[in-house]
Ligand binder design. Structure first.
Ligand code: NAD
Ligand code: UDP
Ligand code: UDP
Length: 346
């Protein structure tokens, strides 16, 4: 059975992807919190392939061992099951601090825990960075702009967030995380980077992640109704995961220390987005239905990426069509995998 699943998932146990050899002077020890999640696991693939030592810290709230299991047993790879709300003592040269639920249904499930992860968890990681003298990159979000009154959103915009609404645990949690980063930078001389990540999608998103890309694709490939929340006139701009990873690596390497928007400026209404996905799935018979609007749903979102272009030389390369096609292929495999597993008797 294991072999069948391994073949079905396109992996073979105990065979590592190719890794470059780095001498001890170039090789860094890099801590990735939330490394078993969607973004973190793609980042780890690049860092490992470059030949660095990687320590993953994750409590598996929304992440999965399966996202990183192709590195299990590799001598440069280490995984710690740990909740970052509690202190952590390890050594590192760089920290990518990604641990936090990112999907609205997940972060709203336990709002107090979301706030603790983004505040206490971030203090612990900044404390660690201070103790060991590591550079730390904080994964912030376009949600710091809330339901924006300025469009597209430049980093200089202070945002429009409801501090007591259902999204506040995440939005305000990330805003405090940014405030903490700059307080530690000023007071404790910690070297910080802040990435304001806009909607990102790609393989390894969980089938029940709850965000729009996974919902719409899972619905389209099963001919189920595509559920648009509200009238579908709200907009988002979607970035393919490999572009985001390039941006995160570029930001960590750069000397620019203020917040940087990382996202794809191509904007669509959610209604258009439903049709784009439907048309990319051959023979899709799904209906597109509008339903109740979500409370405090930001009505438009599109990054102004001038800062990333000027300071990091970064801009997204993968078109929505290409990125979505890869993501649809991934979700089709996920669906056949779960169907296969559900049909097994043990
Ligand atoms: P994800 O849910 O797939 O990954 C988050 C990871 O953090 C998971 O592996 C989860 O188990 C782990 N985690 C959560 N709480 C933890 C805790 N207390 N201790 C240890 N680990 C914990 O989400 P993602 O899309 O990969 O997002 C990664 C980061 O990027 C998050 O900080 C998120 O806020 C940010 N971000 C993502 C997007 C996006 O569109 N993907 C957009 C904006 C910001
Ligand atoms: N911390 C941690 N790992 C470390 C260093 C610190 O988890 O390697 C935690 C520590 O428990 C503290 C937090 O980070 O709660 C902030 O540390 P800092 O040194 O800034 O403050 P203090 O220890 O004085 O509270
Ligand atoms: N959305 C939707 N149907 C879904 C999931 C989400 O219409 O099944 C909408 C949601 O209301 C929002 C947009 O799609 O306007 C993006 O939602 P998502 O949860 O992916 O991320 P957000 O940008 O809101 O954090």
């Amino acid at each position: 059975l294991e072999k069948k699943i391994a073949i079905l998932e396109g992996r073979m146990p105990q065979k590592y992807p190719e890794v470059k050899y780095l001498g001890y002077k170039e090789r860094k020890r890099i801590l990735v919190t939330g490394g078993a999640g969607f973004v973190g696991s793609h980042l780890i693939d690049v860092l490992m392939t470059q030949g660095h030592e990687v320590i993953v810290v994750d409590n598996f709230f929304t992440g999965r061992k399966r996202n990183v299991e192709h590195w299990f047993g590799h001598r440069n790879f280490e995984m710690i099951h740990h909740d970052i709300v509690n202190p952590l003592y390890v050594e590192a040269d760089e920290i990518y601090h990604l641990a936090s639920p990112a999907s609205p249904p997940h972060y709203m499930q336990n709002p107090v825990k979301t706030i603790k992860t983004n505040t206490l968890g971030t203090i612990n990681m900044l404390g660690l960075a201070r103790r060991v003298g590591a550079k730390i990159l904080i994964a912030s979000t376009s949600e710091v702009y809330g339901d924006p009154m300025v469009h597209p959103q430049p980093e200089s915009y202070w945002g429009h967030v409801n501090p007591i609404g259902p999204r506040a645990c995440y939005d305000e949690g990330k805003r405090v995380a940014e405030t903490l980063a700059y307080a530690y930078a000023k007071q404790e001389k910690v070297s910080v980077r802040v990435a304001r990540i806009f909607n990102t999608y790609g393989p390894r998103m969980h089938v029940s992640d709850g965000r729009v890309v996974s919902n719409f694709i899972m619905q389209a490939i099963q001919n189920l109704t595509i559920t648009v929340y509200g009238n579908g006139k709200q907009t988002r701009s979607f970035c393919y995961v490999s572009d985001l990873i390039d941006g995160l690596l570029g930001l960590m390497a750069s000397s620019y220390t203020l917040p940087v928007n990382l996202g794809n400026p191509v904007e669509h209404t959610i209604e258009e987005f439903a049709m784009i996905i439907k048309n990319l799935v051959p023979g899709c018979r799904s209906m597109v239905a509008t339903g109740a609007a979500v409370e405090d749903d930001p009505q438009r979102r599109r990054p102004d990426i001038t800062v990333a272009e000027e300071h990091l030389g970064w801009k997204p390369k993968v078109s929505l069509q290409v990125g979505l096609q890869r993501t649809i292929d991934y979700f089709k495999e996920e669906l056949s995998r779960t169907t296969f597993l559900n049909n097994q008797t043990y």
